[in-house]
Design a binder for this molecule. Sequence first.
Ligand SMILES: [Zn+2]
Length: 214
Amino acid sequence: MPIDSKIRDKVLTTIASNKNAMIGFLSDLVRIPSVVGKEGKAQEFIIKKFTEMKLNVDTWDPEITELKDHPAFFETISFTKHGYKERPNVAGTLKGTSNGNTLILGGHIDVVSPEPIDHWQHDPWGAEISQGRMYGRGAADMKGGIAAMIYAVQTIQQIGIQLKGDVILQTTIEEEDGGIGGALHSIIRGYTADAIIVPEPRSGNEIGVGSAGV
Ligand SMILES: [Zn+2]
C-alpha cells in the first residue's frame, strides 16, 4: 500500500526533530563496553529505554538446556568462558491493534574487542564525534542500527500511528560469537514474525535479502 504523503512528511520531520536525541542515545550506548560475554550493562540501558517507551518488555538469560536440543546448537567460546548468567536478551513489543502482520527489528548488543587499543586514534569507548562521524567500538556494528530501529518505533509512537500487527524490538547477545544464546534462543523463546529487519551494516548501501547468520 502506498504511504500517504502527509504521513510520510510527518515521519520525516519527526525523525529530523529526534536527531539530537538519537545521537545522544547512541553516544551513551557506545560508551557502555558491551564486549561479547559482558552484555549485561548495555542491556540494562536498553531495558530502561523500552520501559520509558511503554513497550511490553521481556528480558531473559539464555538457557543452555533449551539450546542443546536445537539442530543449530554449538557450544560457543563465550559460553565456555562466561556462561549465560547476567547476559540477557531483551525484547520490547509495540502491540498492534488487531491481527496484522508482525515485524521484528533485531540487533546485537555485543561488540568485538577493541584491542589493540594503541591502533585507535579515538577512545573506543568515547563516542567522539569528528567531522560528522562518530568513533567508537560498535558505533557502526551495530549500535547505530539499534539506535535507528528504536527511534523508528518511537517516531511511530510520537506521531500516533496505530499499526495492526505487533512490532518487536529485539537486542540480542553473543552475535559476534555465533548468536546461539542471542538470536537462536530468542526464536526458542517464541520470537518469530512475518518479517525481520536486521540493521547490520554492510559495505555500501546494500540490502541483503537473506542471511544464514554468523
Ligand atoms: Zn554486527
